[in-house]
Design a protein around this ligand. Structure first.
Ligand code: NAI
Length: 455
């Protein structure tokens, strides 16, 4: 079997490598010349654990190839996946479908036989149908079907998520005369290895599949905003948000995952997908008040982090050296899109701090989006902490956890630690003589007193 993947970014590249691993021949089309050159030279332009080996193995096996020539990639393909970006459209929160529609047009012109055109990108309800119109308009002669196969992988564990998914969702044109047997048959064959491991594969209409992706991300974002609100409440009443998360999460109806309080969600998906769902609901004349509240709570939370840091630093950071550990929006990725570090570091620098930054994977991606002056990029976490007046943890890489509070005390000039991911224990920090503030927990050795009261 042969397929084409339009877009070789986080989703396109991981999906292509995993489909190739399943035994399918996959031709990836990538228009960004830097990304393409890297891929053709066998370098992986993104950080994703295990991906370099998977890509190398499948290139070696002759199942995975990269190019810019869409016609060559699409020739003989039974399925053509569109995995290009759908960033928020300037200003209004709608998903920007420019890349998707451009790809659909290019695919239409290049197709030479029946194929199913599948959106892997996260796209608003109705996009599959608009793609069908674009293709029909460009090539009235073509025999094709469209399908929606949203992707649920998480950066940082993308290969495992793709290979052993909780579920696969496939939406097809159920209203077509004669149904959509051909696309269903092709996609069943493509996902055959997942049938063998009994992963649930859900066939729905196009509209349902498109909406499932937004509903899933919005629900997860809602869980994060909920636990963040609980963390604030914990700080007021002297409770511990870890106990709350465990105490509610052990209830199977709630579930333990996605109950980690932090600086607010960022990343390439939740911020844009929650906004897009609000716009989809608005256009459909439906309410999306829970999602709106989720976004508002998150925006307020992100904005409040700067004030929290200022206050922990004694009201001002002017002239101070502030170490920042973790720049990407979460560990195990180099993705800086909508990372909480961006507004926080800009604010620190604007207020006169000198920042010593370190991230295990995201340094290259961080440079273009962080202030051009006032940020020093360090070798590793201890190097960043060296001589700092205050230290902020923004993502929870294991290598940060491994640094003991005593070691921090030795390295730093000051004693302020602001841990927005709760990677250290308050008591251990207090024992090391640090002034430690974390999220939703009593400060060390002050159990029973709220952190605000404890100052
Ligand atoms: P990305 O920006 O990393 O990758 C998109 C790639 O497509 C870029 O390399 C771009 O150069 C390329 N491209 C754009 N137009 C093209 C064209 N006409 N022909 C060939 N290549 C083209 O984006 P990412 O993160 O992979 O996201 C893609 C889609 O998947 C988005 O809709 C996103 O919401 C969705 N998604 C992303 C997840 C993630 O964790 N990053 C997870 C699940 C879904």
């Amino acid at each position: 079997m042969r397929i084409a993947m339009i877009g070789g970014g986080y989703v396109g590249l991981v999906s292509a490598a995993c489909f190739a691993e399943f035994g399918t021949e996959v031709a990836v089309v990538e228009t960004n010349p830097h990304r393409l050159a890297a891929l053709q030279e066998g370098r992986i332009p993104i950080y994703e654990p295990g991906l370099d080996k998977l890509v190398a193995d499948n290139i070696e096996a002759g199942r995975l190839s990269f190019g810019a020539d869409i016609a060559a990639a699409v020739r003989g393909a039974e399925a053509i996946f569109i995995a290009v970006g759908t960033p928020p459209r300037n200003g209004d929160g709608h998903a920007d479908l420019t890349y998707v529609f451009a790809a659909a047009e290019q695919v239409a012109r290049a197709m030479d036989r029946f194929a199913v055109i599948v959106t892997k990108s996260t796209v608003p309800v109705g996009t599959g149908r608009r793609i069908a119109e674009i293709v029909r308009h460009a090539r009235p002669d073509l025999d094709f079907e469209v399908a929606s196969n949203p992707e649920f992988l998480r950066e940082g564990s993308a290969i495992g998520d793709f290979m052993r998914p909780d579920r696969v969702v496939i939406g097809t044109q159920t209203e077509r005369a004669g149904g959509s047997e051909r696309s269903q048959e092709i996609l069943r064959r493509l996902y055959r290895p997942l049938y063998l491991i009994e992963a649930p594969i859900l066939f729905t209409s196009l509209e349902s599949a498109e909406l499932i992706k937004y509903a899933a991300n919005s629900f997860l974002a809602m869980k994060i905003s909920f636990i963040n609100e609980m963390a604030d409440l914990c700080e007021r009443v002297g409770a511990d948000v870890h106990d709350i998360a465990r105490g509610i999460g052990l209830d199977g109806r709630i579930g333990r995952k996605f109950l980690h309080a932090g600086p607010g969600f960022g990343g390439s998906c939740f911020p844009k997908d929650t906004l897009a769902l609000m716009r989809i609901a608005q256009e459909a004349g439906a309410s999306s008040r829970l999602v709106e509240a989720t976004v508002q709570v998150n925006d307020a939370r992100k904005a409040s982090m700067g004030a929290r840091i200022m206050s922990a630093c004694g009201g001002s950071v002017r002239g101070k050296v502030v170490a920042v550990l973790g720049l990407t929006f979460k560990p195990e990725t180099d993705d800086m899109r909508d990372a909480p570090s961006i507004p926080i570091i800009h604010r620190l620098v604007e207020n006169g701090a000198s920042v010593r930054a370190f991230d295990p994977a995201g340094m290259d991606a961080a440079r273009p989006v962080l202030p051009s002056q006032g940020v020093c990029y360090c070798e590793d976490a201890p190097d960043a902490a060296d001589g700092a007046d205050a230290l902020i943890v923004l993502t929870e890489w294991n290598e940060f956890r491994a640094i003991s509070p005593r070691r921090l005390r030795e390295l730093m000039r000051g004693d302020v630690v602001i841990d927005l991911r709760n990677i250290w224990e308050p008591d251990a920090m207090a024992d090391a003589g640090m002034r430690y503030s974390s999220i939703g927990r009593p400060d060390g050795r002050t159990t029973g007193t709220s952190s605000r009261e404890a100052g």
